[in-house]
Design a protein around this ligand. Structure first.
Ligand code: TRH
Length: 354
């Protein structure tokens, strides 16, 4: 059996914080829970600093807990490595590709893909791809919600959620969303609702937009370090989250949430959202599922039939009517997901089996 302990993870920040957010979690978990020696190579230390304030964005090489962090322009080359994880198809620096190809034995080379609930993910998970010149195989590792995929990032410390409690008091809502017109329209509906006490928005472009329109009940909050993010989420009743990492963390709270998916050109993200809704709504009664879908569509600026769509305030009122059912469903969904093996465990098991 091959015991992999030396792992290099490569991360290019395309946008925002999700790329580094996911790969930093994975790096930490592999080190803390599996005893791997992990090196994380990142092209944007400023984004990293935003979620992990102990990172010095001027230092090309530094330790952060058990992880050694390198700036992209000076990656570690020459040391023996067992596993190389390329984050989200980021393309390894040229010198690194040559170095790992020259190593004997060659490392396992994985590409960690973005999360999707689409059906094809199961068929593509763990598919190998042969490098045309180097005689090396890169394996595609797909996160996912169902058996046959790589699973979801979840550290051992994440506990099953407490049972939902009836929400009588006005709701505290977190809105961590993109700076889009759809986010502003959801924010307005929330702020106008007598059932909402506060709309909390992390500092950033959307907060600026909402401050500019003087949104009532708006509370602009400081960006917290990622290790405090779960605690932040659990302090709210309803979570509007985005991207990949905050979406999964909201899920682990077991609370009702709305997912604003990362927008892509040509609406490529729409089928991804629908694929998740299709699996998420299983077991939810049709009227509640319709209401949940309608609010998620509103948050994502999706209008299947603009002529037939109800005003945002009506969609919200309908959602509120179904909220007890939606909250119970969220708890059931999370409890079921937590019974599945997590992504890091799946990845380690696959590496050790080879
Ligand atoms: O920042 P994002 O929009 O990242 C996106 C997505 O990952 C998307 O899939 C990807 O294609 C794109 O980046 C490039 O949203 P996400 O994924 O939720 O990441 C936000 C991270 O920020 C997450 O790790 C939580 C962290 N965070 C904090 O640490 N503190 C905070 O106060 C907040 C609000 C977030």
């Amino acid at each position: 059996m091959r015991v992999a302990q030396r792992c290099d993870i490569y991360c290019r920040v395309v946008d925002n914080f999700g790329d580094i957010g996911v790969l930093w979690r994975l790096a930490r978990q592999l080190g803390d829970e599996f005893g791997w020696r992990v090196r994380l190579v990142v092209d944007d230390l400023t984004a990293f600093h935003a979620i992990e304030p102990t990172i010095n964005d001027k230092k090309p090489q530094q330790w952060c807990g058990k992880t050694e962090v390198f700036a992209w322009k000076c990656p570690p080359i020459g040391d023996f490595v067992d596993v190389v994880i390329e984050g989200f198809g980021c393309q390894l620096p040229q010198g690194v590709v040559g170095a790992i190809a020259a190593q004997h034995p060659k490392p396992l080379w994985l590409n960690l893909e973005y999360l999707s609930a689409e059906n094809w993910v199961r068929e593509h998970h763990l598919l190998p791809s042969q490098h045309p010149q180097l005689g090396m195989t890169k394996t595609f590792f797909f996160p996912g919600f169902v058996a046959g995929t790589g699973g979801l990032l979840r550290e051992r410390v994440v506990q099953p959620p407490p049972p939902p409690i009836p929400m009588q008091a006005p709701l505290k809502v977190l809105l961590f969303a993109y700076d889009l017109p759809s986010s502003a329209s959801v924010a307005k509906v929330l702020a106008d609702s007598t059932r909402v006490a506060v709309v909390s928005v992390p500092t950033g472009a959307l907060a600026k937009r909402l401050l500019a329109i003087r949104l009532p009940k708006l509370d602009v909050t400081a960006f917290v370090p990622q290790r405090e993010f779960d605690a932040l989420l659990t302090s709210f009743d309803l979570l509007l989250v985005r991207g990949e990492d905050s979406f999964i963390r909201a899920m682990w709270t077991g609370k009702p949430f709305v997912w604003q998916i990362y927008p892509q050109d040509d609406r490529a993200h729409w089928p991804k959202l629908e694929a998740f809704l299709d699996i998420y709504c299983v077991g939810l009664a049709a009227p509640a599922a319709r209401s949940l879908r309608a609010l998620w569509h509103l948050a994502n600026g999706i209008q299947a039939n603009p002529a037939a769509s109800e005003p945002p305030a009506c969609l919200w009122e309908d959602y509120l009517r179904h909220l007890p059912e939606i909250a119970a469903h969220a708890h059931r969904w999370t409890t079921a997901q937590m019974k599945k093996p997590d992504l890091a465990s799946n990845l380690v098991a696959w590496v050790l089996r080879l």
